[in-house]
Design a protein around this ligand. Structure first.
Ligand SMILES: Nc1ncnc2c1ncn2[C@@H]1O[C@H](COP(=O)(O)OP(=O)(O)OP(=O)(O)O)[C@@H](O)[C@H]1O
Length: 222
């Protein structure tokens, strides 16, 4: 179980996030949505443990993987070594299998600069999943891709999540992406405090009969 109990997050004197509490169950996928600048990436970084300067408490597993907007690969390492650099215990065979799972069979020896941007993103996905993370954190993983590549990546991510079953928290600006991938959608919005969306409301969102309301609360932007 992943548990977020944040009292506040400030950058200097500026409050960015107010009290936020939620849990993510094993194998559950949760989307984090909200307007630009509200604090989604900040909250994601807090959950991942990259930002620890908070007033609050986060319970997270050790096995964690992150996927960013950019593939963040090591340009001087081959595709297979990009996987093995992050997961030193990984055999060549398992690493090759992870590459073929994302459609990169036979590309073991290629360097990131020799791969298309779409292939680099696939490699970043393989790197995230081949450690079998208990918690997967993704920050707008499908943004700035053409529609066809975004769809391919979305479908691939769906398959990998179904196979590996990590708890997943991801940020997106796309309500359609959130509804497709997530069992639960958390909306960051300026206070007052909202209520967590239950399964019934999610069903209504899916069928378009209701619009989601505030879920977790952030301070309004200064
Ligand atoms: N390192 C930092 N120092 C100071 N302020 C920061 C820092 N990082 C983020 N902020 C501020 O915190 C607020 C939230 O930023 P954040 O990137 O989390 O928003 P976001 O919801 O992810 O936005 P977007 O959807 O546009 O990516 C913004 O006002 C931003 O300027």
């Amino acid at each position: 179980m992943i548990r977020i109990d944040l009292n506040s997050k400030r950058f200097g004197d500026t409050p960015v996030l107010g009290p936020i509490s939620f849990t993510i169950a094993p194998g559950e996928t949760v989307a984090l949505v909200g307007p630009s600048g509200i604090g989604k990436s900040t909250l994601l970084r807090i959950v991942a443990g990259i930002d620890r300067k908070i007033d609050g408490r986060i319970v997270r597993p050790d096995g964690l993987a992150m996927v960013f907007q950019e593939p963040t690969l090591l340009p001087w390492r081959s595709a297979i070594d990009n996987l093995r650099a992050v997961h030193p215990g990984l055999s060549r065979e398992t690493a090759s299998e992870a590459l073929s799972q994302v459609g990169l069979a036979g590309k073991e020896a290629m360097f990131p600069g020799q791969l298309s941007l779409g292939q680099q993103r696939r490699l970043a996905l393989a790197r995230a999943f081949c450690g079998d993370p208990e918690l997967l954190v993704m920050d707008e993983p499908f943004v700035s891709l053409d529609a066809e590549t975004a769809e391919t990546m979305l479908a691939l991510t769906e398959t990998l999540i179904a196979h590996h079953r990590p708890s997943t928290l991801f940020v997106t600006h796309s309500r359609a992406e959130a509804v497709r991938l997530a069992q639960r959608i958390l909306t960051l919005e300026p206070g007052p405090q909202g209520a967590v969306l239950g399964p019934e409301q999610i069903r209504q969102v899916r069928t378009g009969t209701s619009r989601p309301t505030g879920v977790v609360t952030a301070f309004p932007k200064p």
